[in-house]
Design a protein around this ligand. Structure first.
Ligand code: ADP
Ligand code: ASP
Ligand code: MG
Length: 407
């Protein structure tokens, strides 16, 4: 008998037929004698339409009330699945985030889980129930409802699995697992059978957190939760996200990602003096804007050009702050570009193999794609290019690193 946490994403619970299909799978696990905790997302599109409603209601929706509103998406699916299971003669009980003991900080819309007291879930399981938990939500220390950021049900599931010491956390989604790149962009993408937490983390960060929310992977890594990403529409084994093992370094590049959610800001002709970078980046940090890539090009005449990227959400504020700082430090002008994409190659094998950057640059050059910015870590290389070349770049890199599946 195993304890399984199963999370179903938005497309897997998109309508009553699909929720019935989820009930079939849950029922099967329960019939096998497994204890099952189900964590659900809202029906696909529901979170977006709730956000639209809030924006129609008022120009600047109150963040706490927005949390209360968005949490209803997951409340709906949890209740529907629990009632379907009960109607089939199973013992089931639905839990909202706070009833499941998920305590978060107070950061509305992007709250972090600080503690889980799983005693209610535990006793429901002991009494023979299937526990159905609304994902994406918790409550702060004062009992106010919070949400965990887009894609947050993944984190709910991994956190619950960790606190219950579950045998596995299964993430059921609309693809068969984690692929070498987004299968919607590249038809020759291959399913990866095993991937390390670190590679998965880079893929989540660099791929705009599709498949798994970044925090869910951080959580899984920290608490050693075995995660199985798989399709809710097939019985195929998916991808196991696990601890690094020695054989994994033989694969030099295991994935290619693309993130279209960044924008670039350049301060032209900044005086090349000590302390200037601090003057530029401190106000951005004070405004809680995180800066991703930074590059400095030294010019003649004691001046440099300073370029950095921020997420598109932060772009307007970052541009305004940069304009102000530019005047203060005596920069000549501020240039911006929103139509950019960051393509990255990721692989544990980069630690022990050289030449990956050269292969990447040559592949992009072969398609005449100009590289604007480059950044690297021990296990990845990222290049910023023009957005219009993003898909071509992904496909080119995928094939340059031998990742295409055999046809
Ligand atoms: P869910 O609603 O189940 O949480 P998401 O939309 O959050 O699903 O994540 C699944 C989607 O992630 C897939 O439909 C796929 O298009 C996209 N995706 C992006 N990169 C990858 C990748 N490397 N492997 C698999 N899917 C990916
Ligand atoms: N419903 C939320 C979202 O759309 C959370 C999730 O699906 O994980 O982002
Ligand atoms: Mg998701």
């Amino acid at each position: 008998m195993a304890l399984r946490v199963q999370k179903y994403g938005g497309t897997s619970v998109a309508d009553i037929d699909r929720i019935n299909h989820v009930a079939d799978r849950v029922q099967k696990a329960s019939d096998q004698g497994d204890k099952v905790v189900v964590v659900l997302s809202a029906m696909s599109g529901v979170t977006d339409s709730l956000i639209r409603l809030a924006n129609q209601a008022t120009e600047k929706p109150d963040k706490k009330e927005l949390d209360v509103l968005l949490a209803t998406g997951e409340q709906t699916t949890a209740a529907l699945l629990a009632m379907i299971l009960k109607s089939r003669g199973y013992k089931a009980k639905s839990f909202l985030g706070f009833q499941a003991g998920i305590q978060t900080d107070k950061a509305s819309g992007r709250a972090r889980i600080v503690d889980i007291d799983a005693k209610n879930i535990q006793s429901a399981l002991e009494n023979g129930n299937i526990a159905v938990v609304a994902g994406f939500q918790g409550a702060d220390i004062d009992g106010a409802i919070t949400t965990l950021g887009r894609g947050g049900s993944d984190t709910s599931a991994v956190a619950i699995a960790s606190s219950l010491k579950a045998d596995v956390c299964e993430i059921f989604t609309d693809v068969e697992g984690v692929y070498t790149t987004d299968p919607r962009i590249c038809s020759s993408a291959r399913k990866i059978h095993r991937i390390s937490y670190d590679e998965m983390l880079e893929m989540a960060i660099l791929g705009g957190a599709k498949v798994l929310q970044i925090r869910s992977v951080e959580f899984a890594k920290k608490f050693n939760v075995p995660v199985h990403v798989r399709s809710s529409f097939s019985e195929e084994e998916g991808t196991m996200v696990v601890n690094e093992s020695s054989d994994m370094e033989s694969v030099i590049v295991s994935g290619v990602t693309c993130d279209m959610n960044e924008a670039r800001i350049t301060l032209k002709r900044v005086p090349d003096q000590p302390g200037i970078s601090a003057k530029i980046f401190t106000p951005l940090a004070d405004a809680e804007i995180s800066v991703d890539m930074i590059i400095q090009n030294t010019r003649s005449g004691g001046e440099t050009d300073l370029t950095f990227t921020v997420t598109k959400d932060d772009f307007d504020r970052a541009k305004e702050i940069s304009g102000k700082v530019a005047r203060e430090v005596g920069a000549v002008e501020v240039l911006t570009a929103e139509e950019i994409a960051k393509v990255s190659v990721i692989g544990l094998g980069m630690k022990s193999h050289s030449g990956v950057a050269a292969t990447m640059f040559e592949a992009l050059a072969s398609e005449n794609i100009n590289i604007r910015l480059i950044s690297t870590s021990e296990i990845r290389i990222s290049c910023v290019i023009l957005a219009k070349y993003a898909e071509l770049a992904v496909r080119t890199l995928h094939s340059a690193f031998g990742l295409d599946q055999e046809k």
